[in-house]
Design a protein around this ligand. Structure first.
Ligand code: ADP
Ligand code: MG
Length: 713
């Protein structure tokens, strides 16, 4: 038996704090349980009443003579702990704590919530809440509506978890109007004991659930969440509305990676995390339902080719634009399809995709045309649009399509540009019909989500490679810097560190001052590059701190003179004599510049960034983020996802760069990010990449160390 079964599939329920007062939550819950016809025993618990809602009441849980699986607790906060003790005495295994006033209210509430969590664990119970609105299971053998939402739920195959209670009430209401049915509905509340991760695992193998929807404000254990989602999303679509933004400004932006991660507007960490584990993220509850509707009423399409059937041009054009924007393709019709449409439709109709049948079309026309389109192997999904004056016959038309769509295993959705009242009435009179939308854009995003989900589901998983690296040597470099009281490594140290992970770096020799530079000037290989080595210069180039293609010792020393002056000017140091350290580097001719970075997100830990590099990265902002460790496929995907991918592939006859070698660098870097939690930020910019792997060179890098013990979940 699953430890959540007593809560989600109870045979007997105690409602503690059941009340006779109309409108009290304790009464509403009891009422809903009875109204939804709970398939088990219900025991109201209230020390001051002999009966409630015509049912015999008990003064305490422990005085109930029968076994109790779950207690729904609605008593005032001060009484919750003693009720838990009473439940413990009785051997109750599940709790749903509706009572609010815990960590969401401040320090005192947080303290009591801590005690509550502790107590529940000691008794070996599981608890949903506190501060939640209850749980629902519509399975005919359970039929539990233990919420205080006034709307009774429709049965269906969607499981829903909501972190917000108030939103939960609204969701149940809207879902009913949209003809969306649930297998489970769980309001998570403060997630003190049962987490979103626990529920996901519970629903993973649940035979009543095909689709999982989540409204989340925070992820508890992000890494665990990711592992679970990666697995489940291959079997069941996961849709999430994730609200809450990261505290962008909070990060010290001493690198492009940190600045870009913070400036991307939307919280990139969440985006990267969700995309990587196949979770479909939407921005609004409205969008969530648009997609849920498409998923709950359709098979997955075999491809992305959309056919549109309409009686008016405008909405079909909107649909077409949205389809293209979402990565769907407009289907090309077969000759046979064109021929049959031509025979059937009046001459003024358009038999191209979208098929515009003209306003005179009736049920038989819609049905006949839809059949022709569904027969065409070049069409993977169908969108049918009706606009008034056809509205009078909308019901007729839909029932015609209804019979048809079950015969072909293709998604079919409808757009009826009518009022919301029409839909409410329609859904009431015609349950279980095809997915219908008011606007073409919503219908198309639903279809697009089906397509993208299928791509995800069929995509191979890939593997996380482990490379032989010199981890100890890398740690020594960090250790030495710390001993010298620095958390910022020099470019030379940073390059050496990434070199330990097998990332190719340009040969680099440091010179503490001009005297040292003179000594090494004869030994270095030319052409060479001279760089200013000063921790205060975040972007050396801006200060005249990078001079390239130096052909001999004289040029090198002259460059050093020039550099000393321009750096002094840049610092506003008019005396101009401040001593400057240098780095002499092999000159790497040609190549394309990319950036590889990592920054620690306050919530999720390390984030890896890849994009077009060089000194303009923050202007171009052509970067993508992922959570390490990266699989081989994710590394390849990151490279393909930047807008500048075509530049790497080669324009105007340039040979493409070695993509395998670049993916290799990204995976090595990901391993570094994953294994070195004490690195707060790291950035390689630029890494110069070439058609030949042997030519790859990182020429600039920057590592900033953070807390010594980087704790990650
Ligand atoms: P910063 O980013 O601090 O301005 P970099 O060391 O990244 O300094 O150098 C700036 C630019 O100079 C690089 O983007 C690259 O175009 C060029 N550059 C730097 N080092 C080399 C090198 N060793 N070989 C060739 N070009 C280089
Ligand atoms: Mg640089």
């Amino acid at each position: 038996m699953n430890p959540l079964d007593p809560i989600l599939k109870p045979k007997s329920i105690a409602v503690v704090g059941a009340s006779r007062r109309e409108g009290a939550i304790g009464r509403e819950i009891l009422h809903q349980l009875i109204e939804f016809d709970f398939h088990g025993k219900v025991f109201p618990v209230n020390p001051k009443a002999a009966f409630i809602h015509s049912i015999k009441a008990f003064p305490t849980v422990s005085s109930i003579p029968d076994p109790v699986d779950v207690a729904i607790i609605v008593v005032p906060r001060e009484e919750v702990l003693s009720v838990v003790d009473d439940c413990g005495k009785k051997g109750v295994k599940g709790l749903v704590v509706i009572t609010a006033g815990f960590s969401e209210t401040g320090e005192e509430g947080k303290r009591i919530e801590g005690q509550l969590g502790e107590r529940v664990r000691e008794y070996g119970m599981r608890m949903i809440g506190p501060n939640c609105m209850g749980v629902i299971n519509t399975d005919p053998s359970v039929r539990m509506d233990a919420t205080f939402a006034p709307t009774l739920p429709l049965g269906g195959r969607i499981a829903f978890m909501s972190q917000s209670g108030a939103l939960g009430v609204a969701i149940l209401n809207i879902a009913r109007q949209l003809d969306i049915g649930f297998s489970y509905f769980v309001s998570l509340g403060n997630k003190t004991n049962v987490s979103g991760n626990d529920l996901l695992q519970y629903w993973e193998d649940d035979s009543q659930t095909d689709l999982i929807l989540m409204y989340l404000e925070s992820f508890g254990r992000a890494k665990r969440f990711m592992q679970i989602c990666r697995r489940i999303s291959k079997r069941k679509p996961l849709l999430v509305v994730k609200s809450g933004r990261t505290e962008a400004g909070a990060r010290a932006a001493t690198s492009h990676t940190g600045a870009l991660a913070a400036s991307q507007g939307l919280d990139v960490a969440t985006g990267a995390l969700l995309e990587q584990c196949g979770v479909i993220r939407v921005n609004t509850v409205e969008e969530l339902f648009d997609l849920a509707l498409a998923f709950s009423k359709n098979p997955l399409p075999r491809g992305n080719r959309l056919g549109i059937l309409t009686n008016a041009g405008g909405p079909a054009i909107m649909a077409t634009d949205t389809a293209i924007a979402h990565g769907l393709g407009m289907a090309d019709f077969s000759e046979r399809t064109c021929h049959e449409l031509r025979r059937l439709l009046p001459p003024e109709a358009s038999i191209q995709n979208p098929v515009d049948m003209t306003p005179q079309s009736d049920r038989s026309k819609y049905e006949a045309c839809a059949r022709i389109l569904l027969e065409d192997d070049g069409i993977d999904m169908l969108l049918v649009v009706f606009v008034p004056p056809m509205l009078i016959n909308a019901m007729e038309i839909i029932s015609g399509l209804e019979q048809l769509r079950h015969r072909y295993l293709k998604p079919v959705v409808g757009v009826i540009m009518a009022t919301e009242e029409f839909f409410v009435e329609f859904n009431r009179d015609h349950p279980n019909h095809m997915a219908l939308y008011i606007f073409p854009e919503s219908a198309v995003s639903g279809l697009a989500a089906l397509h993208h989900y299928r791509l995800w589901r069929d995509k191979p998983v890939g593997e996380v490679k482990r490379f032989e690296v010199r981890k100890g040597a890398a740690e020594d470099i960090m250790h030495e810097a710390r001993l010298k009281g620095r958390t910022l490594l020099t470019a030379e140290e940073s390059l050496r560190l990434i070199g330990c992970y097998g990332i190719p770096v340009a040969e680099s020799i440091p010179a503490a001052d001009r005297g040292e530079l003179e000594q090494i000037a004869k030994r270095v290989r030319y052409p060479a590059v001279l760089k200013a080595a000063a921790p205060d210069l975040v972007h050396k180039m801006d200060a005249g701190g990078v001079l390239v293609d130096l052909r001999g010792p004289e040029e090198l020393l002259a460059a050093a003179q020039k550099m000393t002056e321009s750096v002094a000017r840049h610092r506003g140091d008019t005396a101009g004599a401040g001593s400057l350290g240098f780095l002499v580097q092999e000159y790497v001719r040609g190549g394309r510049e990319v950036i590889v970075g990592m920054s620690q997100d306050p919530k999720y830990g390390p984030l890896v960034m890849f994009g077009l590099g060089g000194i303009y990265v923050e202007t171009v902002k052509d970067v993508v983020f992922r959570v390490p460790p990266l699989t081989d496929l994710e590394a390849q995907e990151m490279i393909r996802q930047i807008r500048g991918y075509s530049l790497l592939r080669g324009v105007r006859g340039d040979a493409p760069i070695d993509f395998d070698a670049l993916a290799d660098v990204l995976q090595r870097f990901s391993q570094l990010a994953d294994e070195m939690p004490e690195i707060a930020e790291i950035e390689i910019n630029p890494l110069l990449v070439f058609p030949q792997a042997a030519d790859f060179r990182a020429v600039d890098a920057r590592v900033r160390l953070g807390e010594k013990t980087g704790e990650r979940g």
